[in-house]
Design a protein around this ligand. Structure first.
Ligand SMILES: [Zn+2]
Length: 263
């Protein structure tokens, strides 16, 4: 760095010395950034860990759930006693990440993302770590409307997916929704028109795929926060951990998408 006198070993006194060696990574921007993480389950644990270790200055974590024993095969910040005590996921992730990077401001928000007051206060990127289509679409629509980039992650066993949504020009999550998603939505709203739950089998989930997908999500967020959206995945990355392969699929904006009608 210009004007800086380095004494032997001083580069080991700086927490972010090795990060600063990556030319495009804007450490100042990261420390000034406000990021929203929706979901504090397996992906949320890994995503918040990576954001905190990367030097992001302000992270809000939303989740309505408490810890259960079956979370413990893939969640860094949860312990057995958290499941016994029904600890709230958002709070535990915030507390755990604070230990990793004490300067980071971590705000847990215990509740449904749908109930978060608007407007969302100045987030530069939103990371989706959700396990259901409804919440994903809600976050996608609001992020797009407020022109906040949205990085959505999902896993199913050894497979996973990351989609980067860059408003106002890029396609959104809903642009890529297929018929089966639509059927889920119709089923959910078919009875009373309100929030009707129906049985959804639990998906397979394990930590190695969770780690890979969360890492890709945060890497995309770091590009966005460093003002390098040109480096981002266009638009969806599919990961197959059984074959050790990944593939990127480009998407178009859908004409029928209600989030950004094409004139
Ligand atoms: Zn769309």
């Amino acid at each position: 760095m210009e004007g800086t006198v380095l004494r032997p070993g001083s580069y080991d006194d700086d927490r972010f010395d090795r990060s600063k060696r990556i030319p495009w990574l804007d450490m100042e921007a990261l420390s000034d950034s406000r990021v929203l993480v929706v979901g504090a389950g397996a992906l949320g644990n890994e995503v918040v860990k990576n954001l905190a270790l990367s030097g992001v200055g302000d992270i809000t974590i939303v989740d309505m759930d408490h810890v259960v024993l079956s979370n413990l095969n893939r969640c860094l910040f949860f312990r057995g006693h958290d499941a016994q005590q029904k600890g709230m996921k958002a709070q535990l992730v915030a507390d755990g990440a604070k230990d990793l990077f004490p300067e980071c401001r971590l705000t847990p928000w215990v509740g449904r993302v749908e109930d978060m007051p608007f407007p969302w206060p100045g987030f530069q990127v939103v990371l989706g770590c959700l396990d259901n289509v409804m919440a994903r679409l809600h976050v996608n629509a609001h992020s797009y409307h407020h022109a906040v980039p949205y990085v959505d992650g999902g896993t199913d066993g050894f497979r996973g997916k990351v989609q980067v949504v860059l408003p106002p020009d890029g396609p959104c999550l809903q642009c890529g929704m297929n018929g089966s998603h639509q059927r889920i939505l119709e089923k959910r709203f078919s009875c009373t028109g309100s929030d009707v739950s129906f049985f959804m089998p639990k998906m397979a989930a394990e930590i190695t795929t969770t780690s890979v997908i969360a890492a890709i999500q945060v890497r995309e967020a770091l590009k966005i926060l460093s003002q390098r959206p040109d480096m981002c995945i266009r638009n969806v990355l599919f990961y197959d951990g059984e074959r050790g392969e990944s593939m990127v699929l480009e998407m178009e904006k859908s004409e029928g998408c209600q989030n950004h009608p094409i004139m």
